[in-house]
Design a protein around this ligand. Sequence first.
Ligand code: THU
Length: 132
Amino acid sequence: MNIKELHQAALKAQSKSYAPYSKFYVGAAIIDEHGIIHVGCNIENASYPVGCCAEQSAVSQMIINGGQTIKHILIVGKSGEACSPCGACRQIIFEHGDELTQIHLQSSETQFSSHNISDLLPSAFDGSKLDK
Ligand code: THU
């Protein structure tokens, strides 16, 4: 995994962010189980709750392009500051990740701290327990 490449991909996606309301621009880049990178940005809406987070749009890209599992996801917000995923995005990462999935958050402009989803979302609701 090349974290510089993943960081560049997230920054490029962030440059596409549509966030005229919050002006908080977010980019996310995923590496899937095939080693393919998928990116997303936040896309806001005048009807605020309709907006979509960067992580969610990156997962949509992964799924539509044939990836199934997030192996790494790197998120950029304000330069050099961690943009910790919201609760809903943690649940989305849980759904499409596994116990080895690494979530990389900025700790400085060029450095990242890495987390497991079980640290960020302990006792997650696990859909595999649902009757299908
Ligand atoms: N946002 C994300 O895209 N990802 C996060 O992890 C946190 C928040 C977006 C949602 C909204 O467009 C803006 O940041 C401000 O909350």
